[in-house]
Design a binder for this molecule. Structure first.
Ligand code: BTN
Length: 266
């Protein structure tokens, strides 16, 4: 797998040198975090054939069957204050959508803030994690974890995901291998990283163009509380602008947002 990915990258790609492939791991994000703590440089990429404890947002798991999906984590060392990276998940989402389009000719949408979707189904997800140095208050490292369903047939998904998940195969009937997508993703993330701090507005404009949440009736779930509203935009830091029934506007920066009609939500 590693050689296959390297053969698909432009020769001498700056991030091809630190590519680690593992047949199995609990979570590529957790593994990358350990590597980063031990000093691994920016551009280190961890890819696994399968994850036994793939993690998603809000403590959820990410189904990671062997050889059927791409399970990918990247170490970045942006060396800036954490508040300059509020848009990181959005930027990673655009890079992931670019990679899927390049590899499979299909552009997924992005369900705010971190799901790649095709129509009403989830194609993949993004989990970004930051470590901040207590000494300097600066970001020591960031991990961008991306999982994308590639070769699953509908019956390969766990029962609870049957109505809400899809793969590149279910969408295109073509068997795009995780390695193909990995090479494209490494390259689109490299490009994204060159723009991350200097071209935030452009990255956010691209995010808005991909974001399928804007214009939809949504529910905001925070703990036990559920509120309804309409998503009307995404601000410069990636916050979701929501119009509430009384007419006031609120910016949502965390919690779960469901879109009516997606993932089986009616
Ligand atoms: C989500 O759906 O909430 C995000 C899913 C992120 C999954 C990827 S797979 C590679 C990396 N390793 C993990 O444990 N999670 C991310």
């Amino acid at each position: 797998m590693k050689n296959e990915i390297l053969s698909l990258l432009p020769p001498g790609h700056p991030w091809g040198q630190q590519l680690i492939y593992l047949n199995t791991v609990d979570s590529t994000n957790s593994y990358a975090k350990e590597l980063a703590r031990s000093g691994a440089p920016e551009g280190t990429v961890v890819i696994a054939g399968t994850q036994t404890g793939g993690r998603g947002r809000m403590g959820r798991s990410f189904s990671s069957p062997d050889g059927l999906g791409l399970y990918f984590s990247l170490i970045l060392r942006p060396n800036c204050k954490p508040d300059r990276l509020l848009h990181l998940t959005c930027a990673a989402g655009v890079a992931a959508a670019n990679a899927v389009e390049k590899a499979a000719g299909l552009r997924p949408g992005i369900k705010w803030t971190n799901d790649l979707v095709c129509g009403k189904r989830k194609l993949g997800g993004i989990l970004t994690e930051l470590s901040i140095s207590p000494a300097t208050g600066l970001v020591d490292f960031a991990i961008i974890g991306i999982g994308i369903n590639c070769l699953q047939k509908q019956i390969d998904f766990p029962e609870e995901l049957q109505n809400m998940a899809c793969s590149l195969f279910t969408q295109t009937s073509n068997p795009y291998a995780p390695a193909q997508l990995a090479a494209c993703l490494l390259d689109t993330l490299y490009e994204m990283n060159t723009q991350l701090l200097s071209q935030k507005d452009g990255l956010m404009e691209a995010f808005r163009a991909d974001c399928v949440t804007i214009g939809q009736e949504i529910s905001i779930l925070r703990g036990e509380e559920v509120r309804h509203g309409k998503a009307i935009g995404v601000d410069a830091d990636g916050g979701l602008l929501v119009q509430l029934p009384g007419g006031s506007t609120e910016t949502v920066t965390s919690g779960e947002v469901s879109i009516r009609g997606m993932y089986g939500y009616v």
